[in-house]
Ligand binder design. Structure first.
Ligand SMILES: [Zn+2]
Ligand SMILES: [Zn+2]
Length: 189
């Protein structure tokens, strides 16, 4: 297996954190990194001890769920809680940060923000990042990097495609399946 890059490693960590999210509207994860070390992490969820959206439903005001603390804020607050400086650190986040998170990220002294997915990219947030000299980098997450069964799955798909071919399925009917496998795993032949 190919060695994972640091960017993909920290992005994977943020995507793992997102799996802990308690809000049904969007699952976000964020990781604070300094000198290639994870110093904090967060996901969007209720404050400690409060009900969870996944159990009680979202608390929606003006089309926003107000119950949760956002992933980026939770990661920064973890640093505040345990006395870890955030100045000069990097932040890896699954989605482009909202405006309030953007302001907190800047104010906490984060120097670089890596995000995987565009999400309602707020133009004022983009402007604020630029003004503050915070580097914002789009790093799409490659899910294949953390698929530990990748080779086994690919072998299974290839066996199935071959079985279909041998059973007489015409090439034009087989093609869309081959294309899907190629899209998931890269070139297969
Ligand atoms: Zn919610
Ligand atoms: Zn936010």
């Amino acid at each position: 297996m190919e060695r994972i890059t640091w960017d993909q490693f920290f992005m994977a960590q943020s995507h793992l954190l997102a799996l802990r999210s308690t809000c049904t509207r969007l699952a976000v994860g964020a990781t604070v990194v300094r000198d290639k070390r994870i110093i904090a992490g967060g996901y969007n969820g209720s404050i400690t001890g409060d009900e969870h959206c996944i159990e009680e439903g979202c608390y929606v005001v003006d089309n926003h769920c107000v119950r949760t603390v956002h992933a980026e804020m939770n990661a920064l607050l973890q640093c505040a809680k345990y006395g870890t400086p955030t100045k000069g650190a990097d932040l890896y986040v699954t989605h482009f940060p909202c405006l309030p998170c953007t302001k907190s990220i800047i104010q906490a002294g984060i120097e670089r923000v890596y995000y995987a997915t565009d999400y309602k990219n707020n133009p004022y947030a983009q402007e604020l990042f630029k003004k503050a000299g915070v580097e914002v980098l789009h790093v799409p997450f490659d899910e294949c990097k953390i698929d530990f069964l990748r080779n086994e799955k690919l072998a299974l798909y290839i066996d199935m495609l071959n079985a279909l071919r041998e059973s007489g399925m015409p090439a034009e009917k087989l093609l869309p399946y081959e294309q899907k496998v190629s899209a998931l795993f890269g070139k297969i032949q």
